[in-house]
Design a protein around this ligand. Structure first.
Ligand SMILES: Cc1cc2nc3c(=O)[nH]c(=O)nc-3n(C[C@H](O)[C@H](O)[C@H](O)COP(=O)(O)OP(=O)(O)OC[C@H]3O[C@@H](n4cnc5c(N)ncnc54)[C@H](O)[C@@H]3O)c2cc1C
Length: 504
């Protein structure tokens, strides 16, 4: 008889796993709480404006290509992906840097502003390529047992982990100038971490951006989950939106199905959890089933920061020097300390802006723009009353932006607007502490120290998404789905999917 698998959550991780399992002939059912698929990679629609809710950049596109190929599909038959150049513009008080996926161009930009710095950049690209190749295969591995830590892959990766060194420290070996250090460490914020706390091994993130590029998907990243959902249904999988899971059914310490909010009971041979892991552990299971992740332990794990999001439908085509722009606080270290140490709203903030319409007019009505603004802020562990601060903080973001020539008069052009605060992430999106980049990626919360793909507390239960291994980010989440799917396939005596090393 066909084995039945239920997937809790139709986000990136859940849909990828469902697609891989449906291709192998398993009976797959996805239950998604929202009326839109994709989770944090889904779409936010306001009239004829489309925004990516969270993810705006596709990195390591070859991982997505590989996943599509495994199920007999081609990415390019479903999605139009465009490699961006420049990657982004980085704005400091008195300096703007354009960074490219062409190393020679970036080196020339560094040299133009900081003569002599090109050598450090060459060294960075050379050394970090080696690190990336060693670590990437390690990230494809299943860490569901402690013994996995002693595999040949991990042993080979060990010297490249820069254990005990922060990302900022690793990058400081290549660059002397502060703006260049920021330019090559701010990527820790993709994980919701500070460069001063983020493990040095994550120097692979700036490397992979510079080497493999950043892609825009026409219509937005949300087209990826949309494509996956079509493939799942084509292969016989079922997807139910607007169907929140209330409880995971557990019998004899094994997952046996789910109960939905409407009270209906659905049985399965295995359950995959894609919903935020700390939320799922605290809300979808009772305490008797958890010995390792007790409520006390969950509260005391380390989590990412949160984000204050503004989505603006503008009445004109808004021109910016780049599709992606990062505006840095005058004192980035203090900004990070406000968010991660003092748990207070930063008075000197950093802002990320995505203006996709300059590359892809399809995201807004003709002659208009859909602008996405993200400000890193503390997660809801901080005692910040967002009902009280939301409007004030919004005004502060506009005050900051409108000081710059690129955003002068921005407020006057708003036709539609939505704001998401950390409280929204927590309450509306079921994300523990409103920390949308999940558990922090400190080394003691990674590999087998992160909630495992084959969940250690309950049998027949697997995790996918940013809260399990390898961690947050689209390519790593695709890998989490491959790892967990393989766990299920092996359990039923089916051939697992192969993993491929990165292209050179
Ligand atoms: C603001 C932001 C920007 C980001 N930008 C990027 C980027 O540019 N590039 C990148 O690679 N990564 C980015 N990330 C990180 C990461 O890749 C994304 O967050 C990714 O979408 C997370 O996927 P996931 O599968 O872990 O979770 P999700 O995609 O959020 O999936 C979880 C799903 O579970 C559903 N769910 C929750 N509770 C229930 C329930 N009780 N019953 C049923 N369903 C439920 C949710 O609605 C959701 O659909 C970003 C993250 C954020 C927050």
């Amino acid at each position: 008889m066909r084995k039945k698998v239920i997937v809790v959550g139709g986000g990136t991780g859940g849909l990828t796993a469902a697609m891989l399992l449906a291709h192998k002939g398993l009976q797959v059912t996805v239950f998604e709480k929202q009326n839109e698929l994709g989770g944090r990679s889904g779409a936010l629609r306001m009239g004829d404006y489309t925004f990516d809710l969270g993810c705006t950049m596709l990195m390591l596109k070859f991982v997505l290509d590989d996943i599509f190929e495994l199920v007999g599909e081609k990415t390019d038959d479903h999605l139009v992906c465009k490699r961006l150049s420049p990657l982004y513009q980085l704005c400091f008080d008195d300096l703007s840097l354009n960074l490219f996926s062409d190393a020679e161009q970036t080196k020339a930009e560094f040299e133009k502003h900081f003569p002599g710095s090109g050598h450090g950049y060459e060294l960075f690209m050379h050394k970090e390529k080696k690190r990336f190749q060693k670590l990437f295969v390690g990230l494809q591995q299943d860490y569901s047992s402690l013994s996995s830590l002693f595999s040949g892959t991990v042993m080979a990766a060990l010297p490249y982990l820069s254990i005990g060194q922060s990302l900022y420290r690793v990058i400081s070996r290549y660059f002397a100038e502060e703006p260049l250090k920021i330019a090559m460490t701010f990527q820790s914020q993709y994980l919701g971490m500070s460069p001063w706390d983020c493990p040095g091994a994550f120097a692979i993130i700036p490397f992979l951006e510079h080497y493999y590029g950043i892609y825009h998907v026409q219509g937005g990243i949300n087209r990826i989950p949309a494509a996956m959902s079509r493939i799942i249904e084509k292969k016989g999988g079922e997807i139910h939106i607007g169907s929140a899971v209330r409880q995971i059914l557990i019998k004899d310490k094994k997952a046996a199905g789910v109960v939905l909010d409407d009270g209906s009971v659905h049985h399965a041979d295995a359950v995959i959890i894609n919903a935020d892991i700390a939320y799922s552990l605290s809300q979808l299971m009772t305490n008797e089933h958890r010995t390792r992740y007790t409520p006390h332990k969950l509260k005391n794990l380390r989590y990412s920061c949160s984000t204050f999001m503004m989505y603006l439908g503008l009445d004109k085509i808004w021109q910016t020097p780049a599709h992606h722009m990062f505006l840095f606080a005058r004192d980035v270290k203090k900004n990070m300390a406000d968010i991660f140490t003092h748990y207070q709203l930063p008075d000197d903030m950093s802002v990320y802006i995505s203006n996709p319409c300059i590359s892809d007019p399809s995201m807004a009505p003709p002659g208009k723009s859909a602008l996405y603004i993200l400000v890193p802020v503390p997660n809801t562990r901080a005692a910040i009353d967002w009902a009280q601060h939301k409007e004030l903080f919004r005004d502060r973001v506009f005050d900051l932006l409108e000081q710059r020539p690129e955003f002068m008069g921005l407020r006057r052009h708003i036709q539609r607007e939505t704001i998401i605060t950390p409280h929204n992430w927590e309450r509306d999106f079921n994300i523990f502490y409103g920390a949308p980049f999940s558990l922090a990626h400190s080394l003691d919360q990674m590999l087998c120290f992160r909630p495992r793909n084959r969940f250690e507390e309950i049998g027949n239960c697997f995790l996918v998404g940013g809260g399990t291994s390898p961690g947050s980010g689209l390519p790593t989440i695709y890998e989490s789905a491959r790892i967990s799917t393989n766990g299920i396939l092996r359990q039923y005596g089916l051939a697992p999917y192969p993993s491929n090393p990165p292209p050179h």
